[in-house]
Write a protein that binds this ligand. Structure first.
Ligand SMILES: NC(=O)c1ccc[n+]([C@@H]2O[C@H](COP(=O)([O-])OP(=O)(O)OC[C@H]3O[C@@H](n4cnc5c(N)ncnc54)[C@H](OP(=O)(O)O)[C@@H]3O)[C@@H](O)[C@H]2O)c1
Length: 261
C-alpha cells in the first residue's frame, strides 16, 4: 500500500446496486475493511440478508432509482452517519435488443437508471459534501457493441458527465470500465418489449469473477485512479477501436448480440 492510498477504515460509503453482483461484492470487501455502509437497491430483503453477514455498521435505503425522490433519498443517506465519504454508483441495467426493434420507452428506462440516477445523486451531494464518486461504467461506455445501443449510450453519457466533473475538480472521481463480469446483468437486461432477457449469456458466465472485479475496483479507488479498465477480450476490441477502426467495425459486428461472443 502506498502512503497516499485511501484507507477505508471508518469511511462512510454509499453503494447503489448493492443487492447483487459488483455492488454486493464491493459491500463485502468494504465491510472487511471496516467501512460503514449505506446500501441501496430495490430489493430490501436482499439488502437485509446481505447486511446480516457484513459485521459492520449498515444503513439500508431501499429505493427504485427509476422513480424516486432523489433529494429526499440523498438527505436520508447524509443523515445515516452524518456525512458521506464515497458514493459507488453501481446500480444499472443491461440491454439485449437491436436498434431496429427497440422503442423509446426502453431507451428511457436505460437512461433513467444508468445515467440520470447517478447524476441526480451527485447533483444533490455536490453542494453539501465532497464525497469521492466511483462510477461503474462499462467497456460499452468506450465503444459500441451489438444489441447495446441504449446501454452504450447511457454509459457513454455517464463517462461524459463524470469525466467533465473530473475536469472541474470539484470532487475526486474514479470511472470504472469493466468488460464482462460474472453477475446477473444479462438476466435483467431489457429486451425490445421491455421484459427481462432472463438468460445468462455464455459470455457473462465466462466473464471476470465478481470478487476479482471488486478487488481491482477497490485497488484503483484506493490509488485514486481517474479511470480503471477491468477487461479481458474487450481490451483488444478497444485497442482496435483506437488504432484500427476498420477492423473494429468488422470484428465487433460479428459478435452475437445475445451471447456476446
Ligand atoms: N456484469 C458485467 O458484465 C458488467 C460489465 C460492465 C459494467 N457493468 C455495470 O456494473 C453495474 C452493476 O451491475 P452487475 O453486473 O453487478 O449486475 P447485477 O448483479 O444485475 O446488479 C445490478 C444492481 O442494480 C440494482 N438495480 C437495478 N435496477 C435498479 C433500480 N431501478 N433501482 C435501484 N437499483 C436497481 C439491482 O438491484 P435490485 O434488482 O434489487 O433493484 C442490483 O443490485 C451496472 O452499472 C452495470 O452496467 C456490469
Amino acid at each position: 500500500m502506498h502512503k497516499n492510498d485511501i484507507n477505508f477504515t471508518n469511511k462512510i460509503v454509499w453503494i447503489t446496486g448493492a443487492s447483487s453482483g459488483i455492488g454486493e461484492a464491493l459491500a463485502v470487501l468494504l465491510a472487511q475493511k471496516k467501512a460503514k455502509l449505506i446500501l441501496t437497491a430495490r430489493r430490501a430483503e436482499a439488502l437485509e440478508a446481505l447486511a446480516q453477514n457484513l459485521h459492520t455498521a449498515v444503513k439500508i435505503l431501499a429505493a427504485d432509482l427509476c422513480a424516486t425522490d432523489f433529494q429526499n433519498l440523498t438527505k436520508e443517506a447524509l443523515e445515516s452517519f452524518g456525512t458521506i465519504d464515497m458514493v459507488i454508483h453501481a446500480a444499472g441495467i443491461g440491454q439485449r435488443s437491436l436498434a431496429v426493434e427497440t422503442p423509446l420507452t426502453v431507451y428511457r428506462r436505460l437512461m433513467e437508471i444508468n445515467f440520470f440516477a447517478p447524476v441526480a445523486i451527485t447533483g444533490y451531494l455536490l453542494p453539501v459534501c465532497k464525497a469521492h464518486m466511483v462510477v461503474i461504467g462499462s467497456m460499452s461506455g468506450l465503444m459500441g457493441f451489438p444489441g447495446r445501443t441504449g446501454y452504450a449510450a447511457s454509459k457513454h453519457a455517464l463517462k461524459g458527465y463524470f469525466e467533465t466533473l473530473q475536469v472541474e475538480q470539484e470532487v475526486p472521481v474514479t470511472i470504472v470500465s469493466p468488460g464482462r463480469v460474472q453477475t446477473n446483468l444479462s438476466l435483467s437486461a431489457l429486451t425490445a418489449d421491455g421484459t427481462p432477457h432472463g438468460v445468462m449469456d455464455e459470455a457473462q458466465v465466462k466473464g471476470i469473477p465478481v470478487m476479482e472485479c471488486a478487488t481491482r475496483i477497490l485497488k484503483g479507488v484506493a490509488m485514486q485512479k481517474k479511470h480503471v479498465i477491468i477487461a479481458r477480450k474487450e481490451k483488444y476490441l478497444y485497442w482496435l477501436h483506437w488504432w484500427w477502426p476498420k477492423a473494429y467495425f468488422k470484428v465487433a459486428g460479428k459478435y452475437s448480440f445475445t451471447q456476446g461472443k
